[in-house]
Design a protein around this ligand. Structure first.
Ligand code: UDP
Ligand code: LCN
Length: 833
């Protein structure tokens, strides 16, 4: 069906396909479109479109014909429709990233194509009739800067930007030898703390470089392969070569050969390999600002979830990879990685009030915390990620005016310089707040920038853009979406965890894709926010720390010292403030889930599915680790409601005896063993989220050999291949999902090998795609290659930056000021600590 739909759209174009379809089924189409318009102006969701066909066509055969035919295909590809009688305007997503806007006149069923601007204006008019007439809407159009930049064409290429950048770079350097001049300039500029690397000014033309490479090749051929570079580097220096080519004669020769071949006849493969060997990245700054960012006692606190885990593991993996590369480059430099976060004086027993904290299991990496300054002093308390925007500019200290007026104040930029004693080579941002600060800092230092979203909030809340005013007080989406737009456009490359994060699936748009065209009526109309075919998009999925999350089959490594505590946690019958509910029948397998108690995590949903499904209850016990039990102790708006709901469900379905609710567990080493103890019961992990951006718990469980049932909404559906390395469940269809889980356990009873088969297949999937080693290698390669690409296209980057500055100054700053700064109860000194 998908192929048929795609072919239909390709052959005729969507507009003509729809026009033909309407002609062919004119009678039914007219009735169907009349039905849409009969209920007046409104926004219609896709389910309603299909439902309308089902309701208007009585004859079953006819109905199937229309539903399976072109009209049905087009309506199935429609993501939403604006109804303004007599018009029905369809936003059609023919394939990932490709959108068409078609206006159908319900009276005569004629079709006209319209632009995104026109579509968004019509959509706005539903919410505010006068908007159509108003001409004061600010339009944001990033597409206007991209006309000269290469784009990918196939939906299947999306997220594979790095490979295309090496191809585009190759073609830019091809042809005349002089086309390689930008590469020569790039190499000439390479240095580490002032010490030149790779080449020096002796090789100031491409032809001199090319000749020197030939001489060096002959010279190196006479040396044993494993001869250390120290013994011949003085000779190479005479010809203009500095250190950084390799640690042995063989490696230096190989790297030089790659460059020779690039100069002779560039090809993307060589280009990638050469850039992966360049000594470019030694110092990295990663911004992860909100939450309680720390190494212990932070997980489970509001807003503090997987991204903290991700960043700490990421730092360890990046440091290991940088160290390996430095060694292979024949250098003895020391790398430095700083995770810059917020210093929170009221640290709630965490270390978030400490300025510097070494990162465990690393040699050169630290958390650097900088406080939020306000006009009333340092902000002592935690603030929600939704309310964080007024503090960020001063935190980054990126504005020139601020630099001149608040010289005495500590800020992230000066702290980074002080600790690193130089500019970073790469800046990474995490989540909206980290990304906007990363953008400000990268601009200030002129450094390559990568962004990581973890989750873009826009997709989590339905119609959060068009209804932004309704959400504003609670969530400040106006700030968040503007900040996201700024940083995704400012970034040199974007790291995503899955394809779906960028471009969704055939059915559902991706998180980034929903920023392509959207509107916040009365604020701005984004006619081109980001293009998912931009080669800056890359998929680099995180892993799970394999020394913590290892399979149950590795028996000798099991952390048996935790077993008494885990036994207590799972089976002790007395309720306390760490666990409530108990498990009468210990012989049953356990289905397990662990998450923050956010609405979107749907732990209450899972509890309800379990409560309702007698068969499942007879087969397994349920254990969930989530939040805590007293709603009055929560500071988080959503968490309070979820806590109350959990208590109600436990009562309603009389779950005590079959369900255990455990409060958030912060000891990840013990959690690793907990997953394995669940696996010992031949249980399973369930990730029931209404939407999950990636889902670290899924890969943690899989690493421990636990079969998984994962939401089909978001990243987990990509991690797990349904029926092979786990199962997909539909969070919006609890009955079907709980039946699927029950079926699995029924089958396990008959087929004793089935559980092991799933467990093994999960592990295989992890080793192929989801490890930190694969991640770190990809990210460092990106840092190197996109750094050069940025230089190759510096004029375009500068022009775009000026546009970004306008959006930042005129929109973001104004919006950030509307967020109230809470009272500072305890006076906290404003001088640097
Ligand atoms: N986690 C934990 N204790 C808890 C809840 C979660 O240690 O009580 C950890 C979990 O093991 C995982 C992370 O927090 O490493 C959650 O990441 P995920 O991607 O699943 O969700 P997020 O919280 O980032 O939305
Ligand atoms: C945030 C989320 O919501 C999760 O889906 C991710 O796994 C986590 O960050 C780490 O990227």
């Amino acid at each position: 069906k998908l192929f048929y739909r795609f072919k239909l759209f390709m052959d005729l174009g969507i507009k003509d396909s729809l026009a033909n379809a309407l002609k062919q089924s004119r009678y039914h189409a007219k009735r169907c479109f009349d039905r849409f318009t009969s209920r007046g102006r409104r926004l219609v969701k896709p389910q309603e479109l299909i439902y309308a066909i089902e309701k208007t066509i009585d004859d079953e055969l006819e109905r199937t014909k229309v539903l399976e035919g072109s009209l049905g295909q087009i309506l199935r590809s429609t993501q939403e429709a604006v109804v303004i009688p007599p018009y029905v305007v369809l936003a059609i997503r023919g394939s990932p990233g490709r959108w068409d806007y078609l206006k159908v006149n319900a009276d005569d069923v004629t079709v006209h194509a319209i632009t995104p601007t026109q579509y968004l204006a019509l959509k706005e008019s539903i919410y505010d009739k006068d908007r159509l007439k108003s001409e004061d809407t600010v339009e944001v159009d990033f597409g206007a800067f991209d006309f000269c930049m290469p784009r990918l064409t196939l939906p299947s290429s999306i997220g594979n930007g790095f490979n295309y950048i090496s191809k585009f770079t190759t073609s830019k350097l091809s042809g005349d030898l002089e086309n390689a001049k930008p590469l020569l300039d790039y190499l000439l500029a390479l240095n580490h703390r002032g010490e030149k690397l790779m080449i020096n000014e002796t090789l100031d033309t491409v032809s001199k470089l090319q000749k020197a490479l030939i001489v060096a090749d002959v010279y190196l051929s006479a040396h044993p392969k494993d001869e250390p570079c120290r013994t011949f580097e003085h000779k190479l220096k005479e010809w203009g070569f500095e250190r950084g080519w390799g640690d042995s004669a063989e490696r230096v020769k190989e790297t030089m050969k790659m460059l020779s071949e690039i100069l002779q006849a560039p090809d993307p493969c060589n280009m990638e390999s050469f850039f992966s060997r360049l000594p470019v990245i030694f110092n990295v700054v990663i911004f992860s600002i909100h939450g309680y960012f720390g190494q212990s006692d932070v997980l489970g606190l509001p807003d503090t979830g997987g991204q903290v885990v991700y960043i700490l593991d990421q730092v360890k993996a990046l440091e290991e990879e940088i160290l390996l590369r430095i060694k292979q480059q024949g250098l003895n430099a020391k790398p430095r990685i700083l995770v810059v976060s917020r210093l929170i004086p009221e640290a709630q027993g965490t270390k978030c009030n400490e300025e510097m904290e070494p990162i465990l299991n690393t040699m050169y990496s630290h958390i650097l915390r900088v406080p939020f300054h306000t006009s009333k002093g340092i902000l002592p308390q935690w603030v929600s990620r939704f309310d964080i925007y007024p503090y960020l500019e001063r935190f980054a200290q990126a504005s020139l005016i601020l630099c001149l007026t608040c010289i005495e104040m500590e800020d992230a930029a000066s702290k980074v310089l002080e600790v690193m004693e130089c500019k970073p080579d790469l800046i990474l941002g995490n989540y909206t707040d980290g990304n906007i600060v990363a953008s400000l800092m990268a601009k200030k230092f002129g450094v390559t920038q990568g962004t990581i979203a973890h989750a873009l909030e826009k997709t989590k809340y339905e119609d959060s853009d068009i209804n932004w005013k309704k959400f504003e007080k609670k969530y400040h989406f106006s700030c968040q979406f503007t900040a996201d737009l700024i940083s995704m456009n400012a970034a040199d490359f974007i790291i995503t965890s899955t394809y779906q994060e960028i471009a969704g699936s055939n059915k559902r748009p991706g998180q980034y894709e929903t920023h392509a065209a959207f509107t916040m009526p009365g604020l701005c109309r984004v006619v081109s926010g980001i293009n998912v075919f931009d080669p800056k998009f890359n998929i680099a999925s995180p892993g799970a720390e394999q020394s913590v999350y290892f399979p149950i089959t590795e028996k000798e490594k099991r952390l048996t010292s935790f077993h008494p505590a885990i036994e207590e946690l799972l089976f002790n019958k007395e309720d306390n403030n760490e666990h409530m509910g108990y498990l009468v029948d210990r012989t049953k397998p356990i289905i397990f889930s662990m998450a923050r108690l956010d609405t979107v995590k749907n732990i209450t949903g899972l509890t309800e599915w379990f409560g309702k499904n007698k068969r499942l209850r007879s087969l397994v016990n349920l254990v969930v680790v989530a939040g805590f039990f007293d709603p009055s102790k929560s500071k988080d708006r959503e968490e309070m409601a979820e806590i109350k709901k959990m208590h109600e469900l436990i009562e309603k379905y009389k779950l005590k005896g079959q369900m255990r609710w455990i409060a958030a567990q912060n000891d990840r080493t013990r959690n690793g063993e907990l997953y394995r103890c669940i696996a010992d019961t031949k249980g399973a992990f369930v990730q029931p989220a209404l939407y999950e951006a990636f889902g670290l718990t899924v890969i943690e469980a899989m690493n421990c050999g636990l079969p998984t049932f994962v939401t089909n909404q978001g990243g987990p559906a990509e991690i797990v291949v349904d029926g092979v390395s786990g199962f997909h469940i539909d969070p919006n269809n609890g009955d079907e999902s709980s039946e699927k889980i029950a079926d699995f356990f029924t089958k396990c009873k008959v087929d004793v090998e089935y559980w092991d088969q799933l467990s093994q297949a999960g592990l295989q999937r992890i080793y192929e795609c989801y490890t930190w080693k694969i991640y770190a290698n990809k990210v460092l390669n990106m840092g190197s290659m996109y750094g050069f690409w940025k230089q190759l296209n510096k004029e375009n980057k500068q022009v775009k930056q000026r546009y970004i500055d306008i959006l930042y100054d005129l929109q973001f700053k104004k919006l950030a000021k509307t967020i109230e700064i809470p009272n500072i109860t305890t006076p906290v000194k404003t001088e640097p600590t």
